[in-house]
Design a protein around this ligand. Structure first.
Ligand code: NAP
Length: 282
């Protein structure tokens, strides 16, 4: 029997803030597995070489965060369809001697949303994506896969929303100007915040969520703070809400399975433990 501990980790620059080790080590402990999951600080100018060298180590795989996601994609021998959809990778693993670039953000975003809204309702609900960065790309890919009938996108820099629409080039996906955000909010049954607006230490998001129709669904990808102003106001306005920690957990599950060969346990729910770690300044 091999005495080598299964080692995986998360790469970024900086990386000390990542909660991924807390989550993966929690699951390892719950399952009684002998592996470990650690932070790897990887300089961007050394990243491609570091990723390529994974094949010559006993590290089973790594998650990848900012600013290394494009470099991880480039460094791999092959990319999975989900990674190709997004053009970046947040998960590198080894298969048959090859380094594979995957992206778990599509699944991570979609799984909690399907659980909360149901696939049928989703396929009948027009959506609004606020934000035009990396997270918004995962949201677009997931909503298209879920057959959401109409997907609007807005961003405080209009040109970025228009550029995404040009790239995706699907009739059901279109941009609205930031100046028309009130109308967009009022007309969408699913509203997703994929911006950093409202994150702890960052300026608030300038969106009037009270204009949303009662019963609309508001999904904020931010998880610090736990209850963003957007979610608090949305609740007051009679909307259903979902916070970003659900996505954080759901995007980690497929990585765990790839790295350790076991399904992450559904219970106990790691949410409270993650919030405690966030509070303690992890
Ligand atoms: P990103 O690529 O840097 O994009 C940030 C986006 O936010 C841009 O569209 C930016 O607009 C916009 N923005 C920033 N501050 C804003 C404000 N005050 N008002 C309006 N728009 C604002 O970042 P990202 O990777 O897409 O991440 C976006 C958010 O999603 C972050 O809060 C991140 O924590 C969260 N996220 C959560 C998970 C999860 O697992 N829960 C996963 C990924 C991301 P400009 O381009 O005009 O500056």
């Amino acid at each position: 029997m091999s005495k080598i501990t299964t080692l995986a980790g998360v790469c970024g620059w900086p990386i000390h803030h990542s909660l991924s080790p807390v989550l993966h080590n929690f699951w390892l402990k719950e399952l009684g597995l002998g592996g470990a999951y650690v932070h790897f600080a990887v300089r961007p100018d050394e990243a491609v070489r570091a990723f390529k060298s994974l094949k010559r180590t006993s590290i089973s795989g790594v998650n990848v965060t900012l600013p290394l996601k494009s470099l991880a994609y480039e460094a791999a021998d092959e990319q999975t369809p989900d990674a190709i959809k997004l053009g970046v990778s947040n998960c590198l693993y080894k298969k048959d001697g090859k380094l594979i670039a995957h992206n778990t953000d599509l699944e991570g975003f979609a799984v909690p949303l399907i659980k909360a809204m149901g696939a049928k309702t989703l396929s009948q609900t027009p959506a609004l994506i606020i934000g035009t960065g990396g997270a918004a790309r995962a949201v677009i890919g997931a909503l298209l896969a879920l057959n959401v009938p109409e997907i609007r996108i807005i961003g405080r820099t209009d040109i970025k929303a228009e550029a995404l629409v040009d790239i995706v080039n699907v009739p059901s996906f279109y941009a609205l100007p930031w100046a028309k955000r009130d109308e967009a909010v009022a007309a969408s049954g699913l509203i997703i915040n994929a911006t950093a607006g409202g994150m702890s230490g960052k300026p608030e998001l300038d969106i009037d969520i009270h204009l949303a129709e009662k019963g609309s669904f508001v999904y904020d990808l931010i998880y610090t703070p736990r209850h963003t102003r957007l979610l608090r106001e949305a609740k007051k306005a009679g909307c259903m809400t979902l916070g970003g920690l659900e996505m954080l957990i759901a995007q980690a599950r497929p990585s765990f399975r790839l790295f350790y060969g076991h399904k992450a346990p559904e219970l106990p729910d790691p949410k409270e433990m993650l919030f405690a770690a966030l509070k303690a300044g992890q």
